[in-house]
Write a protein that binds this ligand. Structure first.
Ligand code: HEM
Length: 513
């Protein structure tokens, strides 16, 4: 009898359980039927996802291999994070540009806050704070407004030549001084000294460590194992925490010191600060009585971008000139025939120097300094080309895969500016600026400024100096294999290089620089 009652209870219990199971099963089947599949990609392993198959030092190489196997849109997992890799310019335009309302957020990067980069608006989510910062930035750096920097950019480029001729061995340092002096002038109206400037050093020290910390792969590690932030200094594995702390302190210094400089100099002189971004905005805010926070936020990233990206691009240029002397000779011949030898290139000559222009394009393509740009994130679910892209996915734009696309750029690992010229020597429509600066609403707002900065430096260097392989004490060429520092940036490590003034650059001309 008892067993019959239990049996009836069991039958009664089975009913609600079956309802739950059937409903869940129904939902699962419905989801499978209504939700399209995720984009193709490598099979993840439990908990770790695909992290073990990613080259964490140069992830763009892995993503480019995936491109060959899975196509233009690849889905992967880094630990518990959904990741979508965009491998074609066409897909980047379709998603980052045309659907920018969905694709303009930034992912949570666990290292950004602890390493002091949260004030950099490049990492801010797609929100009102970002809009405010971006507006401030655009007011100073939009194409027509950026024109005002041109005389300063050219002046700085010529100063760099004097340094290069004077002290060629430290060419990297002169590139860095040039890049930061353009940035410091544009942001703070600060004029760094030609060498060992204290503010430039503060900036360099802060960035060098920060860029290693904010890569998606390192951030995923901290997100998955947040206890790494709590480890005591003596414990194995605490180096991440120590590096983050050092970075945060240096970032604070890097934000405050030059900002105070501009405030001080605006107070001392009414003429100073007229052209810089901070000064322009301080003035605007004095009138509008706004809080000062939005002024500060874009500064760090401008430092980062002008300093690291510009310096890295000039390093790529120097590497190309040493490795491909024919290219250098052809560019110098163009400059000689268009400008002559008695004066230096000016922005007005730009349109008449297509080969120099093609060198700038090839420099951006050959070794892109930001091969993965800055990651985006989706703010809602999306369906593209029959594939489901979930809300909250990190979206990585793999710029490297375009630059190395053998169909578009045959012999892609070779530095070949001619690929951007047609049979008549005129520039083609293919300009890597269309992808190396990212895409959509978060695309690089500094691109017009940096385009002029790079052109002024490259054209002036080609007109005045000669890059060649360095020689040892016995006069033998020092051969080397290029090495690259990686992290957020991809930048050539300093290599042996000889820089000498071109034969017609005599001392009087140098004095005129
Ligand atoms: C060769 C030099 C440079 C390269 C290759 C470069 C490239 C990029 C890329 C790929 C992005 C991410 C775009 C995206 O999310 O889709 C970016 C963002 C950004 N860049 Fe640049 N950049 C360079 C120089 C500069 C300069 C000189 C400035 C400042 C004057 C600058 C300011 C910024 C800012 C503020 C952002 C963040 C935009 C946002 O999140 O809304 N960049 N840059």
């Amino acid at each position: 009898m008892i067993s019959t009652v239990e049996g009836r209870l069991a039958i009664l219990a089975i009913f609600p359980i079956s309802v739950v199971v059937v409903t869940a099963l129904g939902r699962y089947i419905k989801n499978r039927q209504t939700k399209p599949p995720l984009p193709p990609g490598p099979v993840p392993i439990p908990l770790l996802g695909n992290i073990l198959s990613i080259n964490t030092k140069e992830p763009w190489l892995t993503y480019t291999q995936w491109h060959a196997v899975y196509g233009d849109l690849v889905f992967a997992r880094i630990l518990d994070q959904d990741v979508v890799v965009i491998n074609s310019q066409h897909v980047a335009q379709a998603l980052l540009d045309k659907r920018s309302g969905i694709y303009s957020d930034r992912p949570f990067i666990a290292t950004v806050e602890p390493c002091g980069w949260s004030i950099a608006f490049a990492f801010t989510g797609y929100n009102d704070e970002w809009r405010r910062c971006r507006r401030i930035f655009q007011q100073t750096f939009r194409p027509d407004s950026a024109l005002k920097f041109r005389p300063m950019q050219m002046r700085r480029a010529r100063e760099m030549i004097v340094n290069l001729i004077d002290d060629p061995q430290h060419y990297h340092s002169h590139f860095a001084t040039f890049s930061s002096s353009v940035g410091m002038s544009a942001i703070y109206d600060y004029q760094p000294s030609a060498r060992d400037d204290p503010l430039v050093q503060i900036m360099e020290n802060a960035l060098i460590i920060g860029v290693q910390m904010v890569t998606s792969e390192r951030a995923a590690l901290l997100k998955a194992f947040p206890f790494l932030l709590k480890l005591p200094d003596w414990c194995w594995g605490s180096s991440l925490r120590r590096d983050l702390r050092t970075s945060a302190n240096r970032m604070r210094e890097m934000t405050d010191v030059p900002f105070r400089y501009t405030q001080q100099h605006m107070a001392d002189s009414s003429s100073l600060g007229q052209l810089s971004m901070v000064a322009e905005n301080l003035r605007r805010m004095e009138k509008q009585d706004e809080a000062s926070k939005p002024i500060r936020c874009p500064n760090n990233v401008v430092y980062h971008s002008t300093f690291l990206q510009t310096t890295s691009t000039l390093m790529v240029f120097a590497l190309a000139m040493v490795s491909y002397p024919d290219v250098q000779r052809r560019a110098q011949a163009e400059i000689n025939s268009v400008i002559g030898r008695d004066r230096l290139p000016a922005f007005e000559d730009r349109a008449s120097l297509p080969y120099v222009e093609s060198i700038l394009r090839e420099t951006l393509r050959w070794q892109p300094v930001g091969p993965l740009g800055v990651p985006h994130a989706t703010s809602s679910d999306d369906i593209y080309d029959g594939y489901f892209i979930p809300k909250g996915a990190t979206v990585i734009y793999n710029i490297w895969s375009h630059t190395m696309d053998e169909k578009r750029y045959p012999d892609a690992s070779r530095f070949m500016p001619e690929r951007f010229l047609d049979v008549n020597g005129a520039l083609t429509d293919d300009d890597p600026a269309g992808y190396v600066f990212g895409s959509g609403r978060r695309g690089c707002p500094g691109r017009y400024t940096v385009d002029a900065t790079l052109w002024s430096a490259i054209a002036t260097m080609l007109a005045t100096v000669e890059f060649s392989f360095a020689k040892d004490d016995q006069g033998k060429t020092i051969d080397f294999t290029p090495r690259f520092a990686t992290g957020f940036n991809h930048t050539p490590v300093v290599f042996p290089c000889n820089i000498s003034p071109r034969s017609h650059i005599h001392s009087e001309l140098v004095d005129l620089l």
